[in-house]
Design a protein around this ligand. Structure first.
Ligand code: GLN
Length: 467
């Protein structure tokens, strides 16, 4: 195996024991960026100038190169959110997730491509153009953290941070054949994560294996005085032996086997479950159908409020030739945002408007509470809920760009975890020659450590069953 293909827990060991020089590791990843990025469009900004970084071999992260989604702010490094609105925005401070990584000795190698303001499932809504699936260049890499997924999958970065509001870490991870982990709401500070829908947003990881997610989690998760919505207790350390001799109780969602799910995905999930020693029940949860509709009221409502700050006054893009202040707002926002973002802002302001907010927004909030209660009852009986990560394998570039609802449905299985604040992970289950897809495991809110331990077991099982 080449250096760039190794998971970080192995790279760190090799560097700590003096067998590898972190500069050599950095150069290997940069060489891949020079080779692949012009085709795959994973990065918006790259920092391969070795003199910008100090590599501390003895630090916890040992100088390992990490890619950061371009909606997580980085001091002195352009952070665009894939939007014209922030095309030349250079933040004056680091997000908490970034400062913790830097403190642990990681190297920020670049900022990755994404759907504008993280709204989308294919990276096609980026003003920098779509990221390309490394396994089939005619297909999307997923989104909105598509750039982060491609950077890791094509060995241009060792691991990457993404953000997940409805599936944007797990879905591109599934489409790119890597692991994608979204922790519980409140486990990772949102300080410095550009807000899309604040009650759903969470930073997550795109990694080669589960252990790498465990490592990042141990560095980044935990209370932060700059984010008042965080869980106040320290996260539990992950005990990888937790499920070694125990049989967890698993609920498999019946919708996993609907015709709308690609046959190969259904078959592979069945194959894995058949080999698992866990206690498995197939459960029916008809309310699942309502999660995407609920999400598409709450997320746009919150986004319309959060994006009000891009008005051409405080920072970012401002249109030229402006007349009155009102003209300036209108022109700046008309030119600065792309179509999907405008669609969300319009839906959001509509569902919050006088006369309609009770009918739509409040109703969606009540439905969200109902769904949470329903999931809690399932988690009273079961440790984990399993489904596919996505109903389909990666789709073709352009296939869904004019059909927003079809695009929205690629998050069918991922959105519930955000609505209820639960941790969830996608693990690849495709054979090497197949277009990637993943299995999705969700745990009760705040059971991140238990989920990661079980995910490591399932990953071993997958490698025995199908690889
Ligand atoms: N695809 C979903 C959306 O477009 C989720 C995005 C996300 O998780 N950031 O809103």
């Amino acid at each position: 195996m080449q250096i760039v293909e190794l998971p970080i827990h192995i790279l760190v060991d090799l560097i700590h024991s003096g067998k590898l020089d972190p500069r050599e590791v950095f150069n290997s990843f940069c060489n891949n960026i020079f080779k692949f990025n012009h085709n795959l469009n994973a990065f918006i900004t790259v920092d391969c100038d070795i003199t910008h970084h100090d590599f501390n071999s003895h630090s916890q992260m040992a100088g390992i190169p990490i890619a950061i989604k371009d909606n997580i702010i980085t001091k002195g490094m352009r952070t665009t959110c894939g939007s014209k609105m922030l095309e030349s925005f250079v933040p004056p401070y680091d997000a908490t997730a970034v400062s913790r990584l830097k403190k642990a000795g990681a190297t920020i190698i670049g900022k990755t491509n994404m759907d504008e303001f993280a709204m989308g499932s294919s990276t096609e809504y980026s003003i920098f153009g779509a990221s390309i699936n490394p396994f089939n260049n005619e297909c999307v890499a997923g989104g909105s953290s598509g750039g982060s997924a491609v950077a890791v999958a094509s060995c241009m970065a060792a691991v990457a941070l993404g953000s997940d509001t409805g599936g944007s870490v797990r879905q591109p991870a599934a489409f790119s054949g890597i692991v994608g982990f979204k922790p519980s709401y409140g486990r990772i500070s949102r300080y410095g994560l550009v807000a899309f829908a604040s009650s759903l947003d969470q930073i997550g990881f795109l990694t080669r294996d589960v252990l790498d997610s465990v490592l990042l989690y141990s560095i980044i998760a935990g209370p932060d005085k700059f984010d008042a919505t965080m869980i106040s207790e320290d996260p539990q350390p992950v005990d990888l032996n937790l499920w070694r001799d125990k049989r967890p109780k698993i609920a498999v969602l019946k919708q996993s086997f609907d015709d709308s799910v690609d046959k190969i995905i259904r078959e592979r999930i069945e194959e894995i479950l058949a080999k698992s020693s866990s206690k498995i029940d197939h459960i029916s949860l008809p309310e699942l159908e309502y999660c995407v509709p609920i999400y598409y009221i709450i997320a746009p409502a919150e986004c319309s409020a959060n994006l009000a700050r891009y008005d051409g006054v405080r920072y970012g893009f401002r249109a030229d030739d402006i007349g009155t202040i009102e003209d300036m707002y209108i022109k700046t926002r008309s030119l600065g945002f792309g179509d999907e973002v405008k669609r969300r802002i319009m839906i959001g302001t509509f569902v919050l408007s006088a006369g309609y907010s009770e009918k739509y927004f409040s109703q969606a909030q009540r439905a969200r509470m109902y769904i949470s209660a329903k999931f809690n009852r399932i988690f009273d009986k079961y440790d984990f809920i399993i489904s596919p990560t996505t109903p389909t394998q990666p789709f073709k570039l352009g296939e869904k760009i004019d059909d927003p609802v079809a695009m929205y449905l690629s998050d069918f299985f991922t959105v519930p975890a955000n609505l209820i604040g639960a941790p969830a992970i996608s693990i690849p289950i495709n054979l090497d020659k197949e277009l990637p897809f993943g299995i999705h495991i969700m745990a009760s809110p705040q059971e991140d450590a238990s989920l990661l331990a079980y995910a490591a077991e399932i990953e071993d099982l997958i490698s025995m069953v199908i690889k």
